[in-house]
Design a protein around this ligand. Structure first.
Ligand code: ATP
Length: 140
C-alpha cells in the first residue's frame, strides 16, 4: 500500500471464517486497557480485545462488527483481528442471541450452586454485544 494512502486494511479472522477483509478509513476497538483508535499508518502494536463491537469507517460510513475477545495486531498499515467469534450485523441470528441472553440471565439470577457465574456473565456479554451490533445495523 502506498505511503500516503488514506485507508488501511482491516482483516477479521475466526477459526471458522474470514469475516471481513477490506480497506477502511478508521478502526476503533475496545482493548483490555481501554479504547484504541487506529488510523492509516499507525505504529505497530498488539492488543488483547474484550467483548465489544469493533467499529470501522468505510467510505465515510460507520459500521460495526461483533468481536468476542481475541487480539489485534497493527502492522504495515493493516489491522488483523484474530478472535474466537466475530459476526457482521447481517449474519447475527437475533433469536439465538435473545435466547442466549435469557439463558444467561436465568443462570445469573438462580441460586443454584452448580451455576458457573463467570461463564454466564461472559455469555450475557456476548449476547448483549450481538444485540447491540444488530440494533445499530437496523437503525433502531
Ligand atoms: P450460543 O449460546 O447461542 O451458542 P455463545 O455466545 O455461547 O452463544 P459463541 O461461543 O460466542 O456463542 O460462538 C460460537 C459460534 O456461534 C461462533 O462462530 C459465533 O460466531 C456463532 N454465534 C453465536 N451466537 C450467534 C448469533 N446470535 N448469530 C450468529 N452467530 C452466532
Amino acid at each position: 500500500m502506498e505511503e500516503n494512502s488514506r485507508t488501511l486494511r482491516l482483516e477479521v479472522i475466526t477459526p471458522d471464517a474470514f469475516v471481513f477483509n477490506d480497506d477502511v478509513e478508521f478502526v476503533l476497538v475496545r482493548a483490555l486497557d481501554g479504547d484504541l483508535g487506529v488510523m492509516p499508518h499507525h505504529a505497530p502494536l498488539i492488543a488483547s480485545l474484550g467483548i465489544w463491537p469493533l467499529t470501522y469507517t468505510q467510505n465515510g460510513v460507520k459500521k460495526k462488527i461483533s468481536v468476542a475477545k481475541g487480539f489485534m495486531e497493527v502492522s504495515d498499515n493493516k489491522v488483523t483481528v484474530v478472535t474466537p467469534a466475530a459476526e457482521l450485523p447481517e449474519s447475527i441470528d437475533v433469536k439465538r442471541a435473545e435466547a442466549a441472553k435469557a439463558r444467561a440471565e436465568r443462570r445469573l439470577e438462580s441460586k443454584d450452586e452448580g451455576v458457573d457465574y463467570d461463564r454466564a456473565e461472559l455469555a450475557l456479554k456476548r449476547a448483549l454485544l450481538r444485540l447491540d451490533v444488530v440494533k445499530t445495523f437496523s437503525g433502531q
